[in-house]
Design a protein around this ligand. Structure first.
Ligand code: ASP
Length: 342
């Protein structure tokens, strides 16, 4: 009997799953049941592969909490039967889905590797083949019975990133993602070089998948000239439970009395307001400038160096944790739960 790792590929959609019809030149969805015929190189990878798809593969712009639940269900049901998972996903919202999975799945101790591509797998210059093959290798990579990467990650263009640290930075380059505030988990060249110090330790408790996702959240990007009526339109959305404000620099926003009042009112209503910076690198320090202090005083929570994608999905996750009190949810937002903040 082979002791090769068992890896489940879950196809959700996106460019990677497209092939070009040789006669018409049109792109159409690839039949993943014939994966090994299309990519014979996979026969050489030392893992046992199985493939499944979400019911209806989608462009990832159509991804959202409802389909995250379908994905959570597949992972939960198959978790014990496989050593690792590769999730094929469109790159547009991959950082959101992968961040969401990193929070909604508690106690992950196996590799869950997202990948996709900028060019369809059926195109001659595709980046999809290398992304897929290496993602499979990483998902199946075990040493002395332990997975090398026991966490949710994204593999794209020779780099492995912690999922909840990523953001899509290019609509065109093969290097589509960055992890601005955290080192790479691995780099793939002739060998896959793991940065072991950067990789999470495995959790030992059983997997929990949070499937009652609370998505009553909104966000607003601060810009010079933002008007109170615009802010109010967002802040007064019925049933709002969490609001992200994207601020300047180290978490600063104009010291306008109306803004402070709106924020205080939100806090009093029990809406959690989380501050993330518009800057790509660095972090929110609300006490650094006067323009940040008024946010702190109004009860705004600091998002530290979280990406926008991590912040919004972590907010949904914590709002979904019914057993937590409001104050605990706020406290956890500022606490490192899955390696998402430094
Ligand atoms: N629009 C596509 C998607 O995100 C792009 C891609 O697959 O990279 O589904």
């Amino acid at each position: 009997m082979s002791d090769a790792s068992k890896v489940l590929i879950i196809y959700t959609g996106g460019t990677i799953g497209m092939v070009e019809d040789p006669e018409t030149g049109y792109l159409h969805a690839f039949d993943f049941d014939h994966l090994l015929e299309e990519i014979p190189e996979l026969n050489k990878v030392d893992v046992e592969l199985e493939v499944t798809s979400l019911e209806k593969p989608i462009d990832s712009s159509n991804m959202g909490p409802k389909i995250w639940v379908d994905l959570l269900e597949v992972i939960e049901q198959q978790y014990n039967a496989f050593d690792g998972f590769v999730i094929l996903h469109g790159s547009d919202t991959m950082a959101y889905t992968a961040s969401a999975m990193s929070f909604l799945l508690e106690n992950v101790n196996k590799p869950i590797i997202f990948t996709g591509s900028q060019l369809p797998i059926g195109k001659i210059r595709t980046d999809g083949k290398e992304n897929l093959i290496t993602a499979i290798e990483i998902a199946g990579d075990y040493e002395n019975g332990y997975p090398v990467v026991p966490e949710v990650a994204i593999y794209f263009e020779y780099a492995l990133y912690r999922a909840n640290r990523t953001t899509k930075i290019s609509a065109e380059n093969f290097e589509a993602f960055h992890s601005p505030n955290y080192p790479l988990l691995a780099e793939a060249g002739v060998h896959i070089k793991y940065n072991r110090f950067a990789i999470q330790k495995p959790e030992i408790a059983p997997l929990i998948a949070r499937k009652q996702i609370v998505d009553d959240v909104a966000s607003i990007k601060i810009f010079p000239g933002l008007q109170q009526k615009v802010f109010q339109a967002v802040a007064n959305v019925p049933n709002l439970k969490g609001l992200i404000i994207e601020t300047y620099g180290s978490g600063n926003a104009p010291s306008l009395p109306w803004l402070t009042e709106e924020l205080v009112a939100l806090n009093e209503k029990g809406v959690i307001v989380l501050n993330v910076t518009q800057c790509v690198t660095g972090k929110v320090i609300q006490g650094k400038y006067e323009t940040g202090v008024h946010l702190e005083r109004a009860g705004v929570i600091s998002g530290e160096d979280m990406t926008y994608e991590a912040a919004i999905t972590k907010m949904m996750y914590l709002l979904s944790c019914e057993e937590l009190l409001l104050e605990e949810k706020k406290q956890y937002l500022e606490t490192n739960l899955r390696g998402e903040l430094s």
